[in-house]
Design a protein around this ligand. Structure first.
Ligand SMILES: NC(=O)c1ccc[n+]([C@@H]2O[C@H](COP(=O)([O-])OP(=O)(O)OC[C@H]3O[C@@H](n4cnc5c(N)ncnc54)[C@H](OP(=O)(O)O)[C@@H]3O)[C@@H](O)[C@H]2O)c1
Length: 284
């Protein structure tokens, strides 16, 4: 049997990147999915490609009424809700603390934290009535490892990881599992979109980001392959499936090892320098 046979999932931010690939994987594993995002043309195109197993609803996750309507749409169209993937995301400025723009901070929090809570709120109501469900939030390695992402984004992702744990503690007794996935740098249109490329061009060419990530990652990431949307989608399939039935309150890191420590390639020359200086001091 396919991993998600008979399950119904809502995936936010599934008009591109990780969300779109997750929608494709979920359908391939037997699920029916609601594709949610702001761009109608892309959402409808993906839903059409996936056929009867998919339905698009235009959603701005920073608007609570949209999130409520999105969850209701899933239950009305497919009869139940087994999984919510809170995946919608946006970039943010690399502002210094002294130059922090608090309106931009609020806008980042609205999508990466407030919307996650809104999704949990309405999904938990639908799932509690069934006595089962899996809520997955796509957080980030920046939520556990400082210095690579912008301050607002990193703080919002850290909070979403902790909100996941808090929600897991409350919702366990209702049969609802709550987990997060923390991707490392993953080749999607996200980088281009916030680097001045049009959204469509960036989303249709993840290979631009793949080449750029490949050029810089060896200082941070021990595995020397660039992560793709598919790598994160596989993790989401696992957390949505019954194979993970005893996993809740967990942050599943899919980062090629970024958060585990310093890659040997980055510290090799420092180690050589250390021992050379040690011997020089000894023989001085
Ligand atoms: N790529 C990475 O390296 C990386 C690393 C760690 C974490 N992540 C996280 O992974 C998630 C997916 O990102 P991605 O890399 O796949 O980038 P992406 O292709 O740009 O996907 C972001 C999605 O979020 C949607 N979105 C943005 N604002 C929204 C809003 N207000 N309401 C509803 N949908 C909204 C966008 O669709 P519309 O424009 O159609 O609304 C888009 O489909 C994000 O949460 C991101 O922070 C990515």
């Amino acid at each position: 049997m396919a991993a998600l046979e008979g399950k119904v999932a809502v995936i936010t931010g599934s008009t591109s990147g990780i969300g779109a690939r997750t929608a494709e994987r979920f359908v391939a594993e037997g699920a029916r999915v609601v594709i949610a995002g702001r761009r109608k043309d892309r959402g409808e195109k993906l839903a059409q490609k996936l056929g009867d197993h998919a339905s698009f609803i235009q959603t701005d996750v920073s608007v609570e009424a949209d999130v409520e309507a999105m969850i209701h749409h899933a239950v009305k169209r497919f009869g139940r809700l087994d999984c919510l993937v809170n995946n919608a995301g946006r970039g943010s400025q690399f502002a210094t603390i002294a130059d922090a723009d608090l309106e931009e901070f609020d806008a980042v929090i609205a999508v990466h934290l407030r919307a996650v809570l809104a999704g949990m709120k309405y999904a938990a109501r639908a799932m509690a009535a069934q006595g089962s469900g899996s809520i997955i939030t796509v957080a980030s390695v920046n939520g556990i490892h400082a210095g690579l992402g912008g301050h607002y984004y990193s703080a919002a992702k850290a909070a979403s990881i902790h909100l996941t744990r808090c929600a897991a503690m409350e919702l366990g007794e209702k049969g609802i599992r709550v987990n997060s996935i923390s991707p490392g740098m993953t080749a999607t249109g996200a980088f281009g979109k916030y680097g001045g490329v049009t959204a469509d061009e960036a989303d249709d060419h993840p290979e631009y980001a793949e080449a750029a990530i490949g050029a810089v990652m060896s200082r941070w990431q021990p595995l020397l392959s660039v992560a793709r949307a598919d790598d994160i989608a596989h993790a989401a399939v696992f957390l949505a499936s019954d194979a993970s039935r005893m996993i809740t309150g967990h942050n599943l890191v899919v980062d090629g090892g970024i958060s585990a420590g310093w890659p040997i390639g980055a510290v090799r020359s420092d180690r050589e320098l250390f021992f050379r200086k040690f011997q020089e001091a000894r023989s001085a």
